[in-house]
Every structure is written in C-alpha cells, then in structure tokens.
Design a protein around this ligand. Structure first.
Ligand SMILES: Nc1ncnc2c1ncn2[C@@H]1O[C@H](COP(=O)(O)OP(=O)(O)OP(=O)(O)O)[C@@H](O)[C@H]1O
Ligand SMILES: [Mg+2]
Length: 443
C-alpha cells in the first residue's frame, strides 16, 4: 500500500477500489448471459432520425459556444473554480428553458431558499405556470426517483461533486463517486432523452475530483473562467461533439447576474486615450472568434543575479523564446534586464500569432517608445527571427478594421487579397522592427 501517489506525488490521495475478479485472460469472471438478446444491429439507413431543433439557452454567447444552442438529450459539463458564477449562469438558463418545457434544478449544495434568493437577485420572477422545479438533495437514488415522477426535459445538477451513491462507500466528491454518479445520470438521461447540464468544481489543490475525470463521458465540456478581481467571465468549450472547440463566450458579472458582452474586443483594448511605451495591439483567434487585445511589456535593468521574467495571460515559454530571439537576432541585451508582459483584461492568449506583438512591445519598452496605436501586429516568430504565416488572417483583419484600426503588420507569406487596411508585410522580426517609424533607427 502506498502512502504517496507514485504518479503525481500527492500524499494520502490513493483510494481502495474493489474490482470484480478477473479470469486469466483479464476478462470479467462473471459470464454475460449469451442467450438473452436485447439489441440487434441495424444499418445506418434504418436509423430513424428526428431532427430535433436546438434549444436556445437565453444567452446567445452560450449558444455560440455550444455550437448553436443546446442539443436535446445531450450532456453538458460546466467546470469552473469556486465562486466564478456557475450557479448564476445555470439558474438563468434553467429559467429561460422552463418557459417552454419542464426543468428540474438539483441544488445539491444549497437550500431552495438560497436559490430563491439568487433568483430574486437575477430578477427571475417565474410565473406559476413556469415549470421550473427545485430539488435540494444529494442522494442520487432520490434524485432519480424524482426524475421518474417529474419527467423533466432538462435537468441541472449543481454540482456533481456533492452527489453520492449509497452503494459506494467513498465520500461524495471522490473520484469513484463522481464518475459513477455521472455514468448513472448519463445512462438515465440518454434513455429518457433528457438534456443534462452538470456543474463540476475545479480546485487549485486538486483535492476534489475535478471534471477532468468526466471529460470523456460527456458530450460537451465548457470551462467558465475569469479573473476573480475582474468582472468579466469567459466561457470556453474544450470538447464539443456538436460544434467547434475553443469557442469563447464573454460575460460580465454584475449585480443582476451575468450580462453578455457581444463586442468583447472593446474590453481587452484597455484605455486608448494615452498610448504608453511598450504597448502593442494584437489579434488573437479564440476558436473562430478574433479578439483584439492590448499587450503591455516592460523591461527594466535587473537588480537580481538572474533577471525576472513574468508573463500574465501569455505562455511563459513562448515569452522566453521571443526574448531569446530578440537578444540573439537584434542584440537587445535582455539578459541584463527584467522583462514583464501582460494581456489586458485578464485574458489568456495562447496562440503563436501573438508573438510579433510581444516582440515589438518588448522592443518598444526597451527604447521607451510608443508603437502606433492604430496598428495591429499579427505573426508567429520563429527561432531564426522569421515571421511565420498565421491562420484565419482575414477574420482577424476584419475585426481590427471594424474597431477602427488603420494598419496591420502581417507575415509576408500571408499576403493575399485586399483587406481594407493598410498592410505592412514583414518577413523577419528584424524587418518588422526596422519598419517602425519610432524605433526602427534606434536598434
Ligand atoms: N450581490 C451581488 N452583486 C454582484 N455580484 C454578486 C453578488 N452576489 C454574488 N455575486 C457574484 O456571484 C459570484 C457567485 O456566483 P455563483 O454562486 O453562481 O458561483 P458558483 O460558481 O456557483 O460558486 P460555487 O462554486 O460556490 O457554487 C460571486 O463570486 C460574485 O462574483
Ligand atoms: Mg454554485
């Protein structure tokens, strides 16, 4: 018996699970009754297909992330850190769906009074005819009993970590409970054609079984993320059997609940009145949606033996790589300088297309110069300093033009049609820096 997991190194995280006895071939010992035939295989052409329209959730941002609304009979998992607003989102969605069908909201973590209080805060005043049912229960058997009685079309489980199955000895929230409860709910929902929305907590310590163990079971996995100190929230799809992944929806948490932001670029542009040195605007594609985001870089002489590097909203490894390219190809003595970079609005941009913007922001900060605020910078920086082509350039430029940008610096290899902006094509990071009117001659 181990006290420490040999895989992740965590102490006391192992649990005993009794498996059914196996035969020598590794198959379950209990024979499956071969005489009982319950299902026969049919051809694809024989399958009856009823095109069920997708259900609008009441939020067009959520519908877009789902790929055009909720698919009836699907199982959606919504993960997120505590307090991010999962219950707020799902209560509003449940209320909207309840206007056309029976909805059951299982508030396993809260009393029905607490949910009522939230509903009042959100301005939900359900008519007596609206079939939104609440159930404050954690025993899965009782929940399944209610499902049989109520026959709802949509069920919200808030949250899967608080449910428990009596027949398992482990505590609610343990990996086996979470996985088993989800599997049972899934079987029931698929049989009865119920749409299931399941909340799953993600904790930083990983003490609770997070939604990670469930991702392969469900149809769609959405993550609700955001900066605790900022009011905006991002809903991101990481798995979707019915739509594109990496799609994002943007919301703002206000007193009256979540408000959708249909033009999110404005949120990530920061204040544009007074341009500051070391600021560059990039266009990052999150899924199919281009977002115009302001980046800020700061380099200053270091007082440490090894200089500090901090990247907020940008992948640290990419940032380090760009710094190395700048030092090697342009001779900027970054090994003697602390370097910081941050994306505005707490957004996390992980795409390589932001590289050029990061490089130019660092160079501009080094020379304490302002980059043209009406230009967007798009391009991936290779180790040799070359600027590589990016995907979805047309969508990025269209978004920049819509927001009033006049120029775009893009990879030469991407050069094509007329995009409605003045285009500055560049092949290398050296060429990019030399073409900047304010810094070009300084480096
Ligand atoms: N009166 C209020 N005004 C503004 N925002 C509020 C108010 N009350 C709650 N909130 C916001 O709602 C968030 C909590 O929302 P909610 O309970 O939906 O989160 P959750 O993800 O379900 O949390 P938990 O993990 O605890 O279940 C708070 O973090 C806060 O940002
Ligand atoms: Mg909650």
């Amino acid at each position: 018996m181990f006290g420490r997991c040999p895989d992740c190194g965590a102490w006391n995280s192992l649990q005993e699970v009794k498996l059914p006895p196996k035969t020598r071939l590794g198959l379950a010992a209990e024979p499956i009754a071969p005489t009982v035939q319950t299902q026969t295989a049919i051809t694809l052409a024989e399958v009856n297909h009823y095109a069920q329209p997708r259900l609008p959730s009441g939020y067009s941002e959520l519908d877009r992330v789902l790929g055009g609304g909720l698919v009836p009979g699907s199982l959606v998992l919504i993960g997120g850190e505590p307090g991010i607003g999962k219950s707020t989102l799902l209560l509003a969605v449940a209320d909207k769906l309840a206007q056309s069908q029976t909805v059951l909201y299982v508030c396993a973590e809260e009393s029905v009074q607490q949910v009522k209080m939230r509903a009042q805060r959100l301005g939900i005043s359900p008519a007596t005819t609206t079939p939104l049912y609440l159930l404050s229960e954690i025993d899965l058997d009782i929940i399944l009993g209610q499902l049989q009685i109520l026959q709802p079309a949509v069920v919200v489980i808030d949250s899967i970590q608080s449910l428990y199955l009596n027949s398992l000895s482990s505590a609610p929230g343990s990996v086996s409970q979470v996985r088993e409860c989800t599997a049972i709910l899934m079987r029931f929902a698929k049989k009865e054609n119920i749409t299931l929305l399941i909340v799953g907590h993600v904790t930083k310590e990983g003490t609770l079984a997070g939604p990670k163990v469930l991702e392969h079971l469900v149809d769609t996995v959405l993550y609700f993320e955001g900066d605790r100190f900022a009011s905006h929230r991002l809903l991101r799809s990481v798995k979707n059997r019915f739509g594109a992944t990496q799609e994002v929806g943007v919301f703002e948490m206000v007193d009256a609940g979540l408000r959708e932001i249909s033009n999110p670029s404005a949120l990530f542009l920061g204040s544009r009145e007074e341009p500051t040195p070391g600021t560059a605007t990039i266009v990052s594609c999150e899924g199919t949606r281009p977002l115009v985001v302001e980046l800020q870089a700061l380099v200053s002489p270091t007082s440490y033996a090894s200089p500090r590097r901090t990247a907020t909203g940008i992948e640290t490894n990419r940032f380090l790589q760009i710094l190395a390219v700048l030092e090697k190809r342009l001779g900027i003595p970054l090994s003697k300088l602390d370097a910081y970079v941050a994306a505005a609005g707490g957004l996390h941009v992980s795409e390589p297309a932001v590289d050029l913007g990061v490089a130019l922001a660092v160079a501009a900060s080094f020379k304490d110069r302002i980059l043209d605020p009406a230009t967007v910078f798009i391009g991936e920086v290779g180790l040799g300093g070359q600027i590589r082509a990016v995907s979805q350039l047309e969508a990025r430029l269209r978004e920049a033009a819509k927001l009033g940008f006049q120029r775009a610096m893009i990879p030469k290899t991407n050069l094509g049609q007329d995009y409605g902006l003045t285009i500055v094509p560049v092949a290398t990071v050296q060429e990019a820096i030399r073409s900047l009117p304010t810094i070009g001659k300084l480096i």
